[in-house]
Write a protein that binds this ligand. Structure first.
Ligand SMILES: Cc1cc2nc3c(=O)[nH]c(=O)nc-3n(C[C@H](O)[C@H](O)[C@H](O)COP(=O)(O)OP(=O)(O)OC[C@H]3O[C@@H](n4cnc5c(N)ncnc54)[C@H](O)[C@@H]3O)c2cc1C
Length: 334
């Protein structure tokens, strides 16, 4: 049997990351399971370049920098992090829960903190029948590494900030970059749109991708159709990167064997962040209670609450809660 964790945190958004750090401070054996290939939740997936102005202690911080700081903070403790690991089932009871992930990994934990936000994210996929045949070969939804597109002809589909950022990031690396959007106006911030217009990226608007086919040389033949018009074009590219945003869905949680009560897909919690299943707490955007705010700052406040009260139940002999200075001194003596 694998090691039994004290706490398993499900969801590696900002709130789950802070909870993992805090659990480390409490000397808990902790694992953090995240469905996406990267940590940071909505902050990293939806608005990495946005400035956030309502994090205590930071007059302003870029979203992606906040995630990096949280990752640094977590690194101080031996936290087991598993990415691309959506939790598909939780069974058992307080002291002995079994957690199963989409890739079949099974782990055991005494208690659980659910920090799943509005659910597991998935990229919004291209609505072309045979798109799945090209995924991972010529069609991508993330940029795993810029080098992969070196000297290639690439088309980025999408009109928001992250699509524009992708096109601008690829410009110095790729042979040729196109960006295609279904409207003439981009949704990105004015400054990003100005940079795009001043770049060598060729803009194709208002177009939609209608069909995909592979050329004999293994490239992608894109058929594009003008939106509300009759124009049609074809373009041969090495890679198509689709950036149509993400969809979040909590339905996987509804299939868990243990099922804490929910209202409108959000976990009902008390003032200590307990759900109605002993040993399972929930924090961040995934909870509801009177006065709940869907803000990072609120989730950061809920995390120590959940960790401390679970640790108090698991280890009633330990004092709780302590101030961080005392906790770090205790860690140093270990
Ligand atoms: C455009 C935009 C701008 C915003 N601006 C601000 C702002 O300026 N200030 C502010 O305070 N808030 C802002 N917010 C809200 C803020 O982003 C959220 O409050 C915050 O992200 C909540 O964090 P979280 O960790 O609870 O959830 P999330 O960030 O949603 O993270 C949850 C994580 O859990 C993972 N997950 C879900 N299901 C599973 C599963 N079954 N197994 C494993 N992992 C799973 C998801 O993949 C995700 O990574 C903004 C939100 C948006 C969309």
């Amino acid at each position: 049997m694998s090691e039994k964790y004290d706490l398993t945190i499900i969801g590696g958004g900002p709130v789950g990351m802070f909870a993992a750090f805090y659990a480390g401070m409490r000397n808990a054996r902790v694992q953090l399971l995240e469905s996406l290939p990267t940590l940071g939740g909505q902050v990293q997936a939806l608005y990495p370049e946005k400035m956030i102005h309502d994090i205590a202690g930071y007059p302003a911080i870029k979203a992606t920098d906040l995630v990096s700081q949280l990752a640094e903070q977590m690194k101080q403790f031996p936290i087991d992090v598993a990415l691309s690991s959506a939790v598909t089932n939780v069974s058992g009871k307080m002291g002995d829960f079994t957690v199963t992930t989409v890739n079949g990994q099974v782990s055991h934990t005494k208690a659980i903190i659910v920090a799943t936000g509005s659910g597991a994210f998935e990229p919004r996929r291209l609505a072309v029948d045979n798109a799945g045949d090209f995924e991972g070969k010529q069609l991508f939804y993330h940029i795993p590494s810029l080098d992969q597109f070196k000297n290639q002809t690439v088309l980025v589909a999408g009109g928001g900030d992250s699509a524009i950022d992708m096109a601008l990031m690829l410009e110095p690396v790729a042979k040729k970059v196109y960006i295609m959007h279904r409207r003439n106006r981009f949704r990105g911030m004015e400054h990003s749109v100005d940079l795009l217009k001043a770049s060598s990226v060729t803009i194709k608007t208002p177009f939609l991708i209608k069909a995909l086919a592979e050329t004999p040389a293994g490239q992608l033949n894109l058929s594009m159709k003008e939106v509300r018009g009759t124009g049609e074009e074809t373009l041969v590219v090495d890679a198509l990167i689709v950036n149509y945003g993400f969809i979040a869905d909590n339905k996987v949680i509804r299939n868990w064997d243990v099922s804490p009560s929910m209202t409108n897909q959000l976990f009902n919690v008390d003032t200590e962040m307990n759900t109605d299943v002993p040993g399972i707490t929930a924090i961040g955007d995934t909870v509801t209670y009177p006065g709940k705010l869907g803000l990072i700052a609120s989730g950061f406040g809920e995390a120590p609450n959940a960790v401390n009260q679970l640790m108090m139940r698991l280890y009633p002999e330990r004092r709780s809660p302590l101030h961080s200075t005392t906790l770090f001194e205790k860690q140093a003596k270990h």
